[in-house]
Structure formats: structure tokens, C-alpha cells
Ligand binder design. Structure first.
Ligand SMILES: [Zn+2]
Ligand SMILES: [Zn+2]
Length: 522
């Protein structure tokens, strides 16, 4: 006999129901009752189960298709926050409070951090821009010398449009061509089947820094692209691992430019990382900086206090001879394809763009390929002591206090995603969609997400007081959490009810449409 749980999982998959729901405790402040509700894993965590991943991929494909060959300017007006958005922000605030509490109590907050970063992505995916915390510190004013220079590229006058040019054929048909561009990073040494021919001479250090800052290079490319194109170019891009484990980028671009210009832009684009030097190891092994309350990190031998992050940056600003920590450029391999809406080629690109969405960088590793596994291990090692962000504990190794320094920081023990073998340096988003790509699909996207959440809450569509609920995580061992099989079947039943409800609503809407038409006719 099959296990009940396996059967329930199969049924859940057929209904597109999350098979790894996250139980959460919810306090209803109106009634004072606590209850446990399941939230789809896709709505809280980065790791998504198959049904959540599939749904996510479908939404992304629809979003990509919708924006690529848009014929009219998308109307971008911030909507009133909806229930789901409010819910996410409330939940985010609650988790933040718990995280801070755990941190103060000296407990491990890694799980909560993970949940928070997942929620932040979710909040953005739900159609809200920015971070719920906003900008907490004033932006640094860098000296002009440190600004990224604009590369030497042709510049067109900016037109206030996001749409590309159209072409009319002799028979009057209008064509709306677009581009599919692939950008890669440079070579770090000769590779064969994705692994270095000579691991000793392969430039892992450079590969690590390139991967860490890759998203910044992409930002620069878009800025330059817009400057050259002379309109507000929109894109839908996916960051994917190459076989050699370096991130590369596939980008659907609305509108078209000459192939040679795209190549010229890619060649001229670079990004300078203005961080303090991190090439000379100052503290290592047993000799590490120590913490003192009110002072920060200091050298236990000399007693000297390490420069804070801000001071290290100030030093960089005033040092005429300072060099950027790292400069990134794309590799020479740039692929540019012209596309037309609705063609099989365009469809294939859309599938391609969403192909890796559900996978982590390391998923493309072949478990039987020892050479590749060794390559991945060397890459992870190169990333171990590389500072991943201003707050990375690795800064202590190079004699700088990380931004927001606190006790207990140890170089080589950063919990940042970038150091994890799953990410291999790239901790950014896998899908990059410009703000004016489309609006309709985003609304659909929101609607769908909203439906998930409401389903999870056991509600259909009645408005709720945004301050009504307080959420808390539940340990998996909690005796009040029903066995997974039962929870899955409950979700299936919920989905069935919801579907029936939708059918009923549609039927009613249809009748109303009909009577409205009849009314007009009369
Ligand atoms: Zn799921
Ligand atoms: Zn780090």
C-alpha cells in the first residue's frame, strides 16, 4: 500500500498545491484566538517546492511574454497596497522584531535572517518597490573622483518612451523587432567541459570577485544601453550559471539596436568596486581582532582600534593614489539575436529565460563529475574569505571593522548567501525585470499571490483589517501542527472550494454582463 503521505503529496501536486507548506501561528487580535495556518513555501522561503516553483515559472513566462513586444506605453501608477502586500509587510515586521530579540538574547538568528530575505524578495515580487525598512542611513557623498566614469560611447537624445522603433513593410505590415542578448564574464583560464585545464593557474580570485559584483555590472550595462539607445529601454533578464560556474546573463530587450552597438556597449561597460583593500591578510588563524563594547574591534597585540567601515571609506576618498578593489568587465563573448513577437524563436527564448528559475547555481553540477565538483569546491574556497558586502565579517581579516560591527564576528564564517556553495558568489536575484516592462502581468502576478495567501488564511476575498493578525513561526515539532498528509489534503479541499467559488463568480459576472448589454440595447 502506498504511504498516505505520498498519496496526499501526489494529489496536492495535481492540484498545484504547495507540498512543503510552512506552518505559522496566527493571533487574531479581534477574537484573541491563536491558530495554526499553512502558508505556501513559495510565499515565504526561497527554496520552493515543485508546485510553487512551477507556478512561479509560469507567472514569470507570462510576464516576460507580455512585456517584450508591448505596443503601448505601460501605465505605471502605484496602486493602493492590497491585502497581500499589507500582510507581507506586517509579517515582515513581526519576523524582524523576533530576529532582533533573538540577536539581543545572543541566539542564532540565521533562520530568521533567511526568512526575512525571502520575505523581502516576496514583498518586491508583490509589486512593492524598495525595502520595508527604507533607507536607514543617509547616502554617502563620494568625492567626484570616485564616481564611475561614463565610458566613451555614442549618446542619443533621450526620448520619453519605453517602446522600441517599429518598421513598416511595403505591404503596410508593422514590425516591432526586439533583442535577445547573452552576456558572459571574461575567461579565468582555459576550461574543458566546464572545468579548468590547469586549476593552479585558473584565476579563482578574479572569478570570485566577478561573481560577487556581477549584478552591479549588469546595472552599468543597462545604464549605458539606455544612454546609447536614447529611450528608456526595458528588459527581462535571467542570471544563470555557465558550466564553468560563472554567472551569465540572458536578456530580453524591448526594442532594437544595431548588433554592433550592443557589442560596443558590452565592451565599454565596466564597474569599479570602491571598497577598502582586501588583498593583504592582516589577521588570520589565532590572531584575530577582539571586541570591546563601546570601542569595537581592536588588535589584541597593539591595542589599536580597527578603522570602522565609514572611516575606511573616508580614507579611500582622500587617498589620491587609491585604486578600486576590483574592476569588472564582460567577456568578449556577446551574443545578440533579433526577435519578432510571437515567433517560435521568441517563444523559445522565453522558455530559456525561465529555464533555470527554479534551480540554484549548484544544481547544474553533475554529481558524477568529480572534476567539476573539485572545481566548485575551489570556487567556494576562493569565496570563503572574500568580503561579500560591507557588513561581511571577512573585513576583520583585512583590518577593517565591518559596517554595523557587533560582537562574535569571525572571518570565514559569514552567513551571507554569496559564500554558500549553492550560490557560488552570486547572491543577487535570478530574474531581473525593469520597472516598466509590463503592468498587466504584475497585477496578475499579485492577484495570484494574493489568492495563495488568502487561501492559506482560509478566506476568500473579504477585506481584512491589516492590523488584525500577529504572526509567529511554529517549530516543526509543535504537537498542534497536523501531519503533513492531512494538511495537504486540507489545502486541496480548500483549492476545490476556491475553484468552485471562482466558477460561480464567473457565472454571475457573465449574467451581469449579459443584462448590462440587454439594458443598453433596450
Ligand atoms: Zn511550495
Ligand atoms: Zn560575507
Amino acid at each position: 500500500m502506498p504511504l498516505a503521505r505520498d498519496v496526499a503529496e501526489e494529489v496536492a501536486k495535481q492540484y498545484g498545491v504547495c507540498i512543503r507548506p510552512v506552518p505559522l501561528k496566527r493571533l487574531d487580535t479581534h477574537t484573541g484566538h491563536w491558530e495554526i495556518v499553512d502558508v505556501p513555501c513559495g510565499a515565504t522561503l526561497e527554496a520552493k517546492c515543485a508546485p510553487c516553483a512551477k507556478r512561479n515559472r509560469q507567472l514569470r513566462m507570462a510576464q516576460c511574454r507580455e512585456g517584450w513586444h508591448l505596443e503601448a506605453e505601460p501605465a505605471i501608477t502605484p496602486d493602493e497596497p492590497n491585502e497581500e502586500q499589507r500582510w507581507l509587510v506586517e509579517f515582515r515586521a513581526d519576523v524582524q522584531a523576533q530576529r532582533d530579540q533573538a540577536d539581543q538574547a545572543g541566539q542564532d538568528a540565521a533562520d530568521l535572517d533567511e526568512l526575512i530575505s525571502g520575505l523581502d524578495e516576496e514583498i518586491n515580487a508583490a509589486g512593492m518597490r524598495g525595502n520595508v525598512l527604507g533607507r536607514t542611513v543617509p547616502k554617502r557623498n563620494r568625492s567626484t573622483r570616485r564616481r564611475q566614469d561614463a565610458p566613451d560611447l555614442p549618446k542619443r537624445k533621450m526620448a520619453a518612451t519605453t517602446l522600441g522603433r517599429t518598421f513598416t513593410s511595403s505591404d503596410g505590415k508593422i514590425y516591432r523587432p526586439s533583442l535577445f542578448v547573452t552576456l558572459t564574464l571574461p575567461s579565468y583560464g582555459k576550461v574543458k567541459n566546464g572545468t579548468p585545464v590547469d586549476p593552479d593557474s585558473y584565476d579563482y580570485a578574479r572569478a570570485a570577485r566577478d561573481a560577487l559584483h556581477f549584478s552591479k555590472l549588469v546595472d552599468r550595462f543597462v545604464q549605458n544601453l539606455r544612454r546609447v539607445a536614447g529611450y528608456d529601454v526595458q528588459y527581462f533578464a535571467a542570471v544563470e550559471p555557465q558550466k564553468r560556474l560563472a554567472p551569465h546573463l540572458h536578456m530580453a530587450i524591448r526594442g532594437t539596436l544595431p548588433r554592433a552597438e550592443i557589442k560596443q556597449i558590452a565592451a565599454a561597460t565596466y564597474h569599479q568596486v570602491w571598497w577598502p583593500p582586501a588583498d593583504r591578510v592582516i589577521f588570520d588563524g589565532d590572531r584575530l581582532p577582539e571586541w570591546e563594547d563601546g570601542t569595537g574591534y581592536f588588535d589584541p597585540v597593539t591595542g589599536e582600534v580597527l578603522p570602522t567601515w565609514d572611516r575606511a571609506l573616508d580614507q579611500l576618498d582622500t587617498d589620491e593614489a587609491a585604486e578600486p578593489l576590483h574592476v569588472l568587465r564582460f567577456g568578449v563573448q556577446v551574443d545578440v539575436q533579433g526577435m519578432l513577437a510571437g515567433t517560435p524563436d521568441a517563444d523559445q527564448c522565453i522558455r530559456y529565460l525561465s529555464k533555470y528559475l527554479t534551480k540554484s547555481i549548484s544544481d547544474s553540477l553533475d554529481p558524477d563529475d568529480q572534476a567539476q565538483r573539485d572545481h566548485a569546491a575551489r570556487m567556494a574556497e576562493a569565496l570563503r574569505f572574500e568580503p561579500c558586502s560591507p557588513t561581511c565579517p571577512n573585513w576583520l581579516r583585512y583590518g577593517v571593522q565591518p559596517k554595523g560591527a557587533k560582537p562574535g564576528m569571525t572571518p570565514g564564517r559569514c552567513r551571507g548567501k554569496a559564500h554558500k556553495p549553492d550560490h557560488l558568489g552570486y547572491a543577487g536575484r535570478r530574474v531581473l525585470v525593469s520597472r516598466k516592462w509590463s503592468n498587466k502581468t504584475l497585477a496578475e502576478h499579485k492577484q495570484d499571490r494574493r489568492t495563495w495567501v488568502l487561501e492559506a488564511l482560509g478566506q476568500t476575498d473579504q477585506p481584512t483589517d491589516p492590523h488584525r493578525y500577529i504572526w509567529k513561526p511554529v517549530p516543526a515539532s509543535d504537537a498542534n501542527v497536523a501531519p503533513l498528509a492531512i494538511r495537504l489534503l486540507r489545502s486541496v479541499a480548500e483549492r476545490q472550494r476556491w475553484r468552485a467559488h471562482m466558477v460561480r463568480l464567473q457565472a454571475e459576472a457573465g449574467e451581469q454582463d449579459l443584462s448590462a448589454t440587454e439594458g443598453r440595447a433596450a
